[in-house]
Design a protein around this ligand. Structure first.
Ligand SMILES: Cc1cc2nc3c(=O)[nH]c(=O)nc-3n(C[C@H](O)[C@H](O)[C@H](O)COP(=O)(O)OP(=O)(O)OC[C@H]3O[C@@H](n4cnc5c(N)ncnc54)[C@H](O)[C@@H]3O)c2cc1C
Length: 460
């Protein structure tokens, strides 16, 4: 039965707060990164330690509520309103410990990459973080985690060495390859469907040399740049990661004056090697005459926010797809959909080169071990009102249709809609995930962003 309890009993058991609709900061606390998400859970628990998490889960279960774990709200849209759930928001779990000699990091469940990347850079190390310093380590890692070094070192989920969590029966567990290995396997790809993660540990990597930067071209050069780039991709070593973005920077004061209100085709690159080799690998792109070239030897910390992602909450709609290739006909279709003469208002259409270690299954990896495809597409538009939301959605649909002939799957971390998560996994992985869910959370207490229902074990 759903509760109408005022949560005072839970608040009395916790060191951290419980925030409800009657609190003055309710709207601020329930605010997600994508402000079009409208989370209205029964209440929000803000645990300060493991005991608080245990109390929150016990309270939710006793009152017929589900539990939705959250850290930063960067993938809140798929959660819907959450009216039947207690949101357990671990933003206060902020432990960070770096062991440079062992190349290991331990962070609390609420830590964002911005707290980790600079500490590692001091030691010439890098984690497998993604494009935004504002994203949470836990959510990113539990969904896979595809960043700048992914072609060389794979998904962040495969570098996770241990996870601490509170499970549906209120038990604190530390899981790794030797302790509850099935749960450890499921967590690495199964998102927040198996418990509230209070801490996560992972391996990081030495970066002896990094050549990284951007090439800015006009948006009208998108076709030429994309064709030159896709021709290069089969020959690039795993040490080279490149992305291309078709960007329309909004004409607002928050955007740096040099790019405000302008549109570009931007090549991003991170190469684990020296300048001479890196420049040679991208020579055909340099020959196209970029207006700006920021490539240089750099410390690994530059990768933290090189992608120029927004750090403040904003309204947006998005579309995504994993592609097996983008032949010249695909480039033509994409440019017609979002290029300079398309009439599109989309802020960004991004393509990431994949393959390399992203396609190689490593022994002991979790449920999200690899990603299909050679390219990852993520496009985004910013609606200002209901009418422009219709326009932006239509423009995103045009982009999706342009790449549809080459689509081979979806990457759950990039999916910001309520979807059937079965489509993210092969049949065996999906069945195994559902079995682990039945074992650890048979009543389906935990509502992950991409839900995994427990297997019906009676039918087995
Ligand atoms: C600007 C931006 C840039 C991004 N760049 C990349 C990128 O380069 N590569 C990439 O792979 N992804 C990227 N993402 C996607 C990002 O990895 C996902 O949105 C991820 O789910 C965010 O995790 P979070 O903890 O920040 O968000 P949250 O919304 O807090 O969490 C998302 C989900 O993760 C689970 N979760 C989070 N914390 C916990 C916890 N402590 N215990 C249990 N479950 C938890 C829950 O299921 C939750 O619903 C980006 C997203 C944004 C908005």
């Amino acid at each position: 039965m759903l509760t109408t309890a005022p949560f005072t009993e839970l608040a009395a058991q916790m060191t951290g707060r419980v925030v409800t609709a009657s609190d003055s900061d309710w709207d601020a606390v329930r605010q997600a990164f994508n402000v079009t998400a409208d989370l209205r859970p029964a209440a929000i628990a803000l645990p300060r330690d493991v005991d608080d998490v245990v109390a929150a889960i016990a309270y939710a279960r006793a009152h017929g509520l589900r539990v939705a774990p959250q850290a930063t709200g960067h993938n809140a849209k798929p959660l819907g309103t959450l009216h039947d759930a207690l949101l357990v928001d671990v933003r206060a779990l902020q432990e960070v410990a770096v062991d440079p000699a062992a190349r290991r990091v331990r962070v609390g469940g609420g830590v964002k990459w911005e707290r980790v990347t600079p500490l590692l850079a001091e030691h010439g190390l890098a984690a497998l973080h993604g494009s935004s310093p504002d994203v949470g380590v836990a959510g990113y890692s539990l969904g896979g985690g595809m960043g700048w070094l992914a072609r060389k070192h794979g998904l962040q989920a495969s570098s996770v060495t241990a996870i601490e969590l509170v499970t549906a029966d209120g038990r604190f567990a530390r899981v790794d390859a030797d302790h509850e290995p099935e749960l450890f396997w499921a967590l690495r790809g199964g998102n927040g469907n198996f418990g509230v993660v209070t801490a996560i540990e992972f391996a990081v990597y030495p970066v002896a040399q990094l050549y990284a930067g951007t090439l800015f071209f006009g948006l009208e050069q998108a076709g030429a740049v994309l064709c030159a780039w896709t021709a290069l991709l089969p020959d690039l070593p795993d040490e080279m990661m490149t992305w291309i973005k078709l960007m329309r920077f909004p004409d607002i004061p928050d955007v740096p004056a040099e790019v405000r209100g302008q549109a570009f085709t931007i090549v991003f690159g991170a190469f684990l090697g020296d300048e001479e080799d890196g420049r040679a690998l991208l020579a055909t792109l340099h020959e196209l005459g970029p207006a700006v070239d920021t490539f240089a030897m750099a410390p690994p910390g530059v990768l933290g926010d090189m992608a120029m992602d927004p750090n403040d909450p904003l309204p947006y709609l998005s579309a995504t797809a994993l592609l097996d290739e983008l032949p010249d006909s695909g480039v033509e279709a994409l440019v017609a959909a979002a290029g300079a003469d398309s009439g599109s208002t989309l802020t960004m259409v991004e393509l990431r080169h994949m393959g390399g270690a992203l396609a190689r299954r490593v022994p002991g990896a979790g449920a999200r071990a690899t990603l299909p495809g050679e390219l990852g597409m993520f496009s985004l538009g910013v609606p200002l009102d209901e009418a422009s939301a219709v326009t932006v959605q239509a423009e995103l649909d045009v982009v999706s249709r342009a790449v549809a002939p080459h689509k081979v799957g979806d990457y759950p971390n990039f999916v910001e809609a309520d979807t059937d998560a079965r489509g993210f996994f092969d049949e065996d992985t999906w069945s195994r995930l559902r079995l682990v869910k039945a074992l650890y959370d048979p009543s389906d207490v935990f509502r992950g962003n991409h839900p995994i229902p427990p297997a019906d074990v009676r039918s087995l």
